[in-house]
Design a protein around this ligand. Structure first.
Ligand code: CS2
Ligand code: MG
Length: 408
């Protein structure tokens, strides 16, 4: 069997999806996703200019060897752009493999470990009143888990709470602000004084059943993160996400020493080497890598297996920037993984997105049910794709009030 050609499509409804189509001499087409939020044209170029020409003539069934060829052959290791481009190829090769076998992808991993997979939505509001309405909206939609982000009084811009109108329904939270990023102002003291009480008020209002998650979005120092984690323990969060930047994997030791709050980290990682210590030393409870960003199914499955040895569950990233193709790949891993935790999943399906990526995956009663169609169970309408083009943009940057550059 041989790869005979392929195309890269850049664009989509509300997001610059990077979609890879691989064609084979047996008429089977594989779909992959290389969408790297905020820098999409770079992975598209990596695929078009370098990878696609190399793949022609290769046997698509040799997905492991092709992964090693791309990773070792690049010489300069890892990095988000390369690993997202490799991820697109890998997802497409697994799609081809499963279609060749006439099986849904999860069967190739080891079959189902569950029927439906727990998902969570994003509740947000510019103030506590809007936030309560937003939590109520997603609970009424059937979600059993909700991420809770609230604007902070006196914080000039939100504080990583996208001030959407409560109950806005299925929508893209496009955090893009044009190619020159908007500047958001952050004040840790205001956040530390306000957020624990806001989270406690949400817990009081919605009771003990609803799973509540909160994303600190890398904004605290390790010490501040330890103080904050301790202060929110009474809220009984399902997880506290990205409490402190984790390039320094040792930074989590302090928090772990002072608090039992569950910690979720990983959406900015692109390889097992970014998180192996966090997992092996059990400094986290959930690993948040995204299949596209972390080199595709082949590499992420290694991360999931390592996590499974250390009581770490999966909580794959699933922001609205993720294509239905990468979300489908994650859905198949979710239904197989013995150490599955939860999946971030916002888009309830918009007509434009469903027209571009037809599939019979479905959300029911707060659980995601993956398609049993052969392969990923998602298609790509090439004619529909012609309606979209790339729109350059970046999400905001963050500075402290004195102008110091901080973490978005
Ligand atoms: C967020 C992301 O969903 C999340 O957990 O951290 O939406 C993040 O802000 C974006 O992916 C950044 O591009
Ligand atoms: Mg996050």
């Amino acid at each position: 069997m041989k790869i005979t050609g392929g195309q890269v499509y850049l664009g989509g409804p509300g997001k610059n999806y990077v979609t890879l189509r691989l064609e084979t001499d047996q008429g089977i087409v594989g779909l992959g996703d290389g969408t790297l939020n905020n820098r999409e044209s770079l992975t598209a170029a990596y695929l078009s200019d370098y990878i696609l020409p190399m793949l022609i003539g290769m046997d698509p069934r040799r997905s492991e060897d092709i992964w090693q060829f791309l990773y070792r052959g690049a010489y300069f290791r890892r990095g988000p752009i390369a690993m997202a481009a490799f991820g697109a190829v890998d997802i497409a090769l697994w799609d081809i493999k499963a279609k060749l076998a006439g099986l849904p992808l999860y069967e190739l991993f080891g079959g189902r470990s569950r029927d439906g997979c727990l998902v969570y939505a994003h509740a947000t509001g510019a103030d506590i009143g809007e936030l309560m309405d937003s939590v109520a909206y997603w609970q009424e939609c059937g979600y059993r888990a909700v991420r809770v982000q609230c604007g902070v009084p006196g914080m000039p811009t939100a504080g990583y709470a996208v001030p959407e109108a409560a109950g806005a329904g299925p929508h893209y939270i496009t955090d893009f602000s044009g190619i020159r990023p908007a500047v958001e102002i952050w004040d840790t003291d205001r956040y530390m004084r306000f957020m624990p009480d806001a989270l406690a008020r949400v817990r009081d209002r919605f009771g003990p059943e609803l799973k509540l998650l909160h994303d600190v979005h890398h904004r605290l120092t390790p010490r501040e993160a330890a103080v904050f984690a301790k202060s929110v323990e009474p809220v009984n969060l399902y997880w506290l996400e990205d409490p402190t930047p984790a390039e320094d994997q040792d930074a989590l030791r302090l928090l772990r020493h002072h608090s039992t709050v569950p910690v979720a980290i990983g959406e900015v990682f692109n390889s097992i080497w970014d998180c192996n210590r966090l997992i092996e030393e059990e400094l986290i409870d959930f690993i948040r890598v995204a299949v596209t960003y972390a080199g595709g199914i082949t590499h992420v499955k290694r991360i999931v297996d390592l996590a499974g040895l250390h009581h770490v569950r999966t909580g794959f990233h699933g922001a609205p920037s993720h294509s239905p193709i990468s979300m489908a790949a994650q859905a198949h891993l979710n239904v197989w993984a013995p150490n599955f935790g939860i999946q971030e999943y916002l888009v309830l399906g918009t007509p434009a997105c469903d027209a571009l990526f037809p599939s019979d995956h479905r959300l029911d009663d707060g659980l995601f049910h993956v398609s049993d169609a052969p392969g990923l169970g998602v298609d790509f309408d090439v004619a529909e794709a012609a309606r979209y083009e790339y729109v350059a943009g970046s999400h905001p940057v963050v500075r402290l009030e004195d102008g110091t550059m901080w973490n978005y």
